[in-house]
Write a protein that binds this ligand. Sequence first.
Ligand code: KG4
Ligand code: ZN
Length: 336
Amino acid sequence: MLVLGIESSCDETGVALVEAAGPGVPRLLAHGLHSQIQMHQAYGGVVPELASRDHIRRVLPLTEQVLAETGRSLAEVDVVAYTRGPGLAGALLVGAGVACALGAATARPVLGVHHLEGHLLSPFLSADPPQFPFVALLVSGGHTQLMRVDGVGRYELLGETIDDAAGEAFDKSAKLLGLGYPGGPALSRLAQQGDAAAFKLPRPLLHSGDLDFSFAGLKTAVLTQAKKLGGELEARKADLAASTEAAIAEVLVKKSLAALKATGLKRMVVAGGVGANRLLREQLNAACARLGVRVHYPELHLCTDNGAMIAMAAAMRLQDGQAVATRTYAFDVKPR
Ligand code: KG4
Ligand code: ZN
């Protein structure tokens, strides 16, 4: 079974081809990605209208590129999968529309995929995929969740953010420090030159006894600190960035450990853009090593949005009988 996957929920156009043969983990044949980051940088964030228009420009050339790379033709594709949501409505409509048009033109069924399920299953694209069950920490620009994962489609939400997502905390703090968009990687880079103990920033809900998160207060604390520093901010920016990153990482690690304890599981998966964060990986790896817990991550370049994770999630669902691709080409999207 050949699955073509299309991702267009935000500011990356991704297309990929995944092959499922037999009961094993499906295999990534090729993927193509076009990032719009440069285009949005001038505006300090994603401009939805520009995003949609750029997806339109990129999605078919990327599809042709992926097919050419694998030597496969569109006629050989068995299922066309696309991100159905969540994401920007206009951007999602481009991927959904193109997927359904390709499906209709080749009389192949289509399948809408949940973007977060794509992230969740993205570690299965690595050479050393995890085994079920595991605890998953999903940390993206829009979501922060801890889940118990017993199999494809068998997800139990253990806790989530009650306000901002971890990625949002990175992005908003970075913006306050004048680091531009996307803020997470920029803040993390600057943090490497700073002292993480320089500023005492809050760790909200750290001792709440549940597995929920709250990051809205952190951004306010960063703003207060930045104002207090005034003219000194420029000289202390790296210290403030390091303190911010340390606060976010500590909360994510402690709550992950609490989730492992609560479930008794000995395996952990981290997925989503913030899963690329260096400090989070270092601290989580160290803590989990002490507990004899294996941690799996997607490959670094597949942490942020891509088509491979969408094709993979569709292939795994189909293989498991957890979804049925249909020839209903009257597509819809679910932005929220
Ligand atoms: O998963 P993703 O690509 O898109 C969403 O589905 O939201 O995640 C994007 C988020 C952004 O907030 C970005 O700043 C953050 O992931 N991010 C990072 C790093 N790389 C990406 N945050 C911290 N450190 C990084 N290295
Ligand atoms: Zn994402």
